[in-house]
Design a protein around this ligand. Sequence first.
Ligand SMILES: C[S@@+](CC[C@H](N)C(=O)[O-])C[C@H]1O[C@@H](n2cnc3c(N)ncnc32)[C@H](O)[C@@H]1O
Length: 324
Amino acid sequence: MTVDPASKHTTVLLHEVVEWLRPKPGGRYMDGTLGMGGHSLLIMETAGEGAELCGLDRDQEALTLATQRLSGLGDSAHLFHLPFSRFEEALDELGWDEIDGAVLDLGVSSLQLDEADRGFSFIHDGPLDMRMNPETGQSAADLVNTLKHGDLARIIRTYGEDPLAGKIASAILKARDKEEITRTLQLAEIVRLAYPPKMRHTARNHPATRTFQGLRIAVNRETEELNYYLETIVRRLKPGGRVAIISFHSLEDRAVKHSFRDAAKGCKCPSHQIHCTCEGVPELKVLTKKPLIATDEEKNVNPRSRSAKLRVAEKLTPRGEEYE
Ligand SMILES: C[S@@+](CC[C@H](N)C(=O)[O-])C[C@H]1O[C@@H](n2cnc3c(N)ncnc32)[C@H](O)[C@@H]1O
């Protein structure tokens, strides 16, 4: 049975990304989070003749579906099974020094969340895995069964933003002393019972939502992936080239905002220094002073878009001037 990739994930802020990237004929574009190829497809359709795409996803299943969806692009699409922190390997393989535009749409796709076997869901039972690439790294089960209380609590507090992180970590440690935690619903129930009885039912979301988010971010080293990308992407953009990033977590949005702002400043001298001695030149112009968010219409149709924030920046010339 063939699966329609478009039915597996609704692309967030699709038209906004394409509008800001301004794809043009002959341009070279990179999508570091291909997913079902929604952004890539419209970027390439808008760009027109001679444009090329370098697409990456660390999830083989997503890559297979994106390959199917983008098959009409023929030789213009070059797809790689790689994490986006390693995007330079893909560009080097293609012989592309610089690109005209880059997009990231962070996090997981609905395909990943909905498939019980992938272990992201606290609604459907499955192995407690959560790896976007199940061939490498530690699974969520590895983390919950081995981490010390402090490390587990830090993950749930920092990445999951759950104020009850300490209590939840204690409940996990107590449970794993009796029996190894291997299933998603097993963990969801441990977390639910760590909440005070009144909050187990009244919480708008399932009490395990934040713990699962925290573990997913830790398992996939999502913060490290983003930070490394932010450190390297600017040098591979052409002057006038644009980078667009959609994030769903305040930590990610802050990292993007600070990184763009620093690259737009030029001067890298320590803040206590009164006169600039580094003669640094700004590398980026921030195009979105405030992050762009989904319209009410999009939020109603696609609840996943509610927390999405899009930031876009443009590469300046080596003299720190605008390209056009
Ligand atoms: C939100 S979906 C992208 C959806 C896509 N923009 C679309 O319109 O169909 C995120 C995708 O990025 C992939 N992904 C997340 N982090 C990644 C990383 N560090 N490197 C490569 N792929 C990643 C996930 O496997 C998932 O398929």
